[in-house]
Design a protein around this ligand. Structure first.
Ligand code: NZQ
Ligand code: ZN
Length: 385
């Protein structure tokens, strides 16, 4: 096992009706800014519930944070917060609202160019406003991690930053809040969480037994409950398991002490920024081709994945690995997420712009061996046509 430091200060408050706990969790004298996305939080009644739970605390609202949250939108609220003195942020929504809130929390009172919060990868963040979240979409794990992904449309950039300062203080996870999600967002959430686990598990063996078994358990859970979450949308236990699995997939636990990949995410971000696909759709396109491209380096772990997750016991290591990749693609398709560019009407002419965009963003040595050059990425994209 590799050396590691594990730190995660986020309190999770899980279960039906837990939004009411905001009264206990938010400081009594806080001046709260509630951040949310489009219309869903209002339509589903969650926003009313949140406002009610805040009691007589003073609060303001900032709506309109879009999927793949944009710097251009978020920056508008930073000035407002500095001028009006809000001292606690509350994100109500999915990963985009939470990521956007993390950016806002770090950008308030940040000296100089606030875009540097993102371009520095988070390393220049010295302070951030405290914030909590009410999660409405199980997918990203942002509710219990220190990462955020922000898009700056005018620069065609979708970039991640990380900082210990942007862990949520608490996150409320009420599975009932997911009942209103359209099937496509459930599908996205299952695929995104699945790929988060894979990015931390499918590298090379380092004798990290617990991390491996945890990862395999989370993957098996998603394979079992993913389709059921589509078939029976109001099954509390299914939604509860999905919500907690997605959180555990990216809260740092299974990634501690193991090599990590993240190349599928980086290639995927370029597809979103240039062609507007949902985050999970891009991952479903890239991952199967990436695993085939990196088969020689990942073969041992892929064979373990085949055996432990898919129950494949026959064949050589390579045969097992290939079969597991095929089943992974079938699983995404079963979740109704297309795994090829053509499923989204994208053809060969997207490849060069995508490779160029990777180069512009310096995504030129990706993967657990830092050997995924633009040349390799081009092959991966090509294989996904
Ligand atoms: O905008 P509204 O109207 O709220 O609608 C949202 C949005 O259109 C809707 N929605 C959310 N909860 C709902 C609901 N609709 C009905 N009922 C509910 N309960 O769902 C749509 C998608 O929401 P979004 O927050 O964009 O989805 P998701 O949670 O998948 O977040 C995706 C973003 O997270 C980033 C992605 O890159 C992408 O920008 N990621 C963040 C990570 C992190 N911070 O660790 C890791 C991930 O890899 C990922 O990159
Ligand atoms: Zn993701």
């Amino acid at each position: 096992m590799n050396n590691f430091e594990f730190y995660n200060p986020t309190r999770i408050v899980f279960g039906e009706g837990k939004v009411a706990e905001l009264n206990r969790l938010v400081p009594k004298n806080a001046k709260v800014l509630i951040l949310f996305g489009g219309e869903s939080a209002r339509k589903t009644g969650t926003l009313d519930e949140v406002e009610h739970a805040l009691g007589d605390r003073e609060f303001g609202l900032f709506g309109g944070i879009e999927a793949n949250p944009r710097y251009e939108t978020l920056i508008k609220t930073v000035d407002k917060i500095e001028q009006e003195g809000f001292d606690f942020l509350l994100a109500v929504g999915g990963g985009s609202v939470i990521d956007g809130t993390k950016f806002v929390a770090a950008a308030v009172n940040y000296p100089g160019d606030k875009w540097e919060v993102v371009t520095s990868g988070g390393t220049t963040i010295k302070t951030a406003l405290p914030f909590g979240t009410v999660l409405t979409l199980p997918a990203t794990g942002s509710e219990m991690n220190k990462g955020s992904v922000i898009t700056r449309t005018e620069l065609q950039s979708k970039l991640a930053f990380m900082s210990d300062k942007v862990f949520p203080q608490f996150s409320i996870l009420d599975p009932v809040k997911t009942y209103t999600l359209p099937p496509s967002q459930i599908s996205n959430g299952v695929v995104d969480a699945f790929v988060h686990i894979v990015e931390q598990y499918l590298t090379y063996p380092v004798n990290a037994n617990v991390q491996d078994v945890f990862a395999e358990g989370l993957l098996k859970t998603l394979i079992e409950i993913g389709p059921k979450a589509l078939e029976t949308p109001k099954d509390y236990d299914i939604r509860a398991n999905l919500m907690w699995t997605a959180t555990l997939a990216l809260n740092g636990l299974i990634g501690a002490g193991v090599p990590q990949d993240w190349s599928t995410h980086m290639l995927g971000h370029e597809i979103t920024v240039l062609y507007g696909l949902d985050h999970a759709q891009t991952l479903a396109i890239v991952l199967p081709s990436m695993l085939i491209e990196k088969l020689p380096q990942k073969q041992a772990k892929l064979a373990q994945y085949a055996e432990q997750v898919w129950g494949i016991s026959q064949g050589t290591e390579k045969e097992k690995a290939l079969k597991a990749i095929e089943l992974t693609r079938e699983f995404f398709e079963k979740m109704q997420v297309g795994t090829r560019f053509i499923d989204y009407n994208l053809t060969q002419d997207v490849i060069e712009p995508l490779v160029k965009s990777l180069e512009v963003h310096n995504m030129v040595t990706l993967g657990e061996h830092q050997d995924i050059t633009p040349e390799v990425s081009r092959r991966v994209y090509m294989a996904a046509l």
